[in-house]
Design a protein around this ligand. Structure first.
Ligand code: CUA
Length: 329
């Protein structure tokens, strides 16, 4: 038993460092406010813990059983106003110290949803098991990633297409559910350029853990360049014969669910920029071989995924498809 406990403690100690989400390293005003609140409550908790435990240890030692005291019956004391007032007032004070910044912070976060000038609006729709990221004003749609400008409030409108998901980017703060039939709003901002990782934080099915996403925070100028670049993005014009064949197959088999231009929205993940994605379906590394394995039977890599298997495609077909997909810059 002792060994098991020790093992668990060791695992907790080492595995807490494994997360790439960097929960305690905020890079935005919302996340900083939340971390401050968190630190205040931890400080109060440590204070209470220290005082109570010190007294507990002290009194246990002081009034321990000794040979002289073995048969001693302590005298009965009834009530002590001073003590009772003390241990009522101290917790009230502590709660007030905790409540004032918490209530203030909560209200200021709720207000920030509406009081922003020139916010960037992004509609995020959760699907089993991927994220559609849509910029309604720019007409851009992405999958599992978002680009945002630094120092500008971003209003995420959160929706779900199937079950409840939860949108969570710890370094930018906040975590909010995506609920079918309802639109939730989450306002965040990034104070520093960088790539921030996110993760679905609500168990939504067998492949919940694959619902990861990335937010690229870039300078304001870079952001408008990116918007221009995305709006002018066209499909590759010259394709080699294999890729050309793949394109035809793609049009007949895949286009009903997948768009290949950021200007279009589709039922399944938008595949524009597929060549630059690190992973296929957020699971397998993006190599030709893996793309082919994925198309043949996606659910063997991502359980419960909505994409059907394509057992009828020949090696040659799969080769053509992966060749076409690798040209989608
Ligand atoms: Cu979506 Cu978990």
């Amino acid at each position: 038993m002792k060994r098991l406990c020790f093992g668990i403690m060791l695992a907790v100690l080492f595995l807490t460092g494994c997360s790439s989400l960097k929960v305690l390293d905020p890079k935005g005003t919302v996340a900083e406010l939340q971390l401050n609140l968190f630190q205040i409550s931890i400080a109060i908790m440590l204070f209470v813990f220290f005082v109570v435990f010190s007294m507990f240890v002290y009194f246990t030692w002081k009034y321990r059983e000794t040979p002289e005291r073995r048969h001693l019956t302590p005298s009965y004391i009834k009530g002590n106003k001073k003590l009772e007032v003390t241990w009522t007032v101290i917790p009230i004070l502590l709660l007030v110290i905790l409540a004032v910044p918490t209530v203030k912070g909560t209200f200021s976060l709720a207000e920030s949803d509406e009081n922003n000038e020139n916010p960037l609006k992004i509609v995020v729709t959760g699907h089993q098991y991927w994220w559609e990221v849509h910029y309604p004003d720019q007409g851009i749609t992405l999958t599992n990633e978002a680009y945002i400008p630094v120092d500008r409030p971003v209003v995420f409108k959160l929706k779900s297409d199937d079950v409840i998901h939860s949108f969570w980017m710890p370094r930018l703060g906040g975590k909010k559910d995506l609920i079918p039939g309802k639109t939730n709003t989450l306002t965040l901002n990034a104070s520093e350029e960088g790539v921030y990782k996110g993760q679905c934080a609500e168990l939504c099915g067998a492949s919940h853990s694959y619902m990861r996403f990335q937010v690229h925070a870039v300078g304001k100028q870079k952001f408008s360049q990116w918007v221009d670049q995305m709006s002018q993005k066209k499909e590759p014009e010259t394709l080699d014969p294999t890729a050309e064949k793949g394109k035809k197959l793609f049009i007949s088999k895949c286009l009903t669910c997948h768009a290949v231009s950021p200007a279009e929205r589709s039922k399944g993940p938008n595949l524009s920029g597929f060549a630059g994605k690190e992973r296929v379906g957020n699971v397998l590394l993006n190599t030709d071989e893996n793309v082919q394995k994925w198309i043949r039977d996606p659910s063997s890599f991502k359980p419960d995924v909505n994409m059907p298997p394509f057992p009828d495609l020949t090696e040659e077909d799969l080769n053509a498809l992966s060749s076409y997909l690798s040209q989608l810059e």
